[in-house]
Design a protein around this ligand. Structure first.
Ligand code: GYE
Length: 328
């Protein structure tokens, strides 16, 4: 009995001391846990997008970021999202590689009570309530800007109505950016019967794939007036293949290269005249996604879709000063 009393007295002393002796731990600000499934690192644009997202969703900004690079494979994104659900994150951010295939996994996220934000490309789901909001670009508008520039350029050259052969290098099949930039060109070709798509090459947004496809194409067909390339990295590959085949890019006698993204390296080629026109696709989604999450944390309802502001460049618009000012 005495022993028990001793133990109880000791326990009371320890707990009592603990309560009055220990400083109350400062209330640590709880970090918001975010699972981000990124497409991959296929392009300069994607690398800039990842940098923007990881900076905006950093611990200094009040977040714990769980980042997954899917290496351009949708099955890896599905795995990542299920892993985020198992880890019971507060939010899931998805940069989808393609539009389809997300209904089931996003239903699982909803069942787990985890809001989903879409960044960059769009998803095609039966129930639009499976995601809270999307931050991205108006890819159709980008394509229409490029086509309108080409129409004006042909008019300037006095070549309106003349036959035109276009080499179309497409991005990842089924990505919203591919679907809508392609739609803009196909609508233009319908409006201009004198325009012809010489070939559609699946460049998958990478420089290497584009170079190989254009190099092989030029072995049997060198009669190209325009290259419509759905991102800058594929333009870099195409320009290398064109020049290796002895064809010049830009100017009145060369191949007119039209590109998307407007990363710094592409703008330098635009300044040099090798890329004739470039539609910007802003990759800096991080601050907008962070702002969306903060809105949700405050119990507010964000806009369903937020488009980012984007510019357009042609040779003559780009200076060394502009290149220095670019964030990517
Ligand atoms: O144009 C390309 C990237 O979805 C807008 O994906 C994005 C596209 C971008 O690989 O460079």
């Amino acid at each position: 009995m005495k022993r028990l009393l001793q133990v109880m007295l000791l326990l009371a002393a320890v707990l009592g001391l603990g309560a009055c002796g220990r400083e109350a731990a400062p209330a640590e600000k709880r970090l918001v846990r975010v699972g981000f499934s990124q497409v991959g690192s296929e392009s300069s644009w994607r690398k800039a997008n990842t940098a923007s997202m990881t900076a905006a969703l950093s611990e200094e900004e009040g977040f714990e970021l769980l980042f997954d690079n899917a290496k351009q494979r949708q099955e890896n994104q599905l795995l990542a999202i299920r892993n985020f659900i198992q880890q019971d994150v507060d939010y899931i951010v998805l940069a989808p590689i393609a539009e389809s295939g997300w209904d089931d996994v996003l239903q699982e996220a909803r069942d787990a009570g985890i809001p989903v934000i879409i960044a960059d490309r769009m998803i095609d789901v039966q129930d639009r309530d499976l995601y809270v909001s999307r931050v991205g670009s108006d890819f159709l508008k980008e394509g229409q800007q490029i086509v309108r520039w080409l129409e004006r350029e042909l008019e300037r050259r006095g070549e309106t109505g003349k036959p035109l052969r276009i080499l179309h290098i497409q991005g990842t099949d089924g990505a919203t950016s591919q679907l809508l930039r392609t739609q803009a060109l196909e609508e233009a070709v319908k409006a201009h019967p004198e325009w012809e798509i010489a070939a559609r090459l699946p460049g998958e947004y990478t420089e290497a794939k584009s170079y190989e496809l254009v190099r092989d194409f030029l072995r049997t067909d060198r009669d190209i007036d325009v290259v419509y390339s759905e991102n800058d990295n594929m333009s870099f590959g195409a320009i290398r293949a064109l020049e290796e085949a002895g064809l010049s890019c830009g100017g009145d006698g060369g191949v007119t290269v039209l590109s998307f993204d407007a990363v710094r390296e592409a703008l330098r080629l635009c300044m040099e005249g090798k890329i004739s026109a470039c539609a910007e696709c802003n990759p800096l989604h991080g601050p907008r996604v962070a702002a969306l999450i903060r809105q949700l944390e405050r119990g507010e309802t964000p806009e369903k879709e937020t488009f980012v502001e984007e510019a357009f460049f042609e040779t003559g618009d780009v200076t060394e000063e502009l290149l220095r000012s670019r964030e990517y």
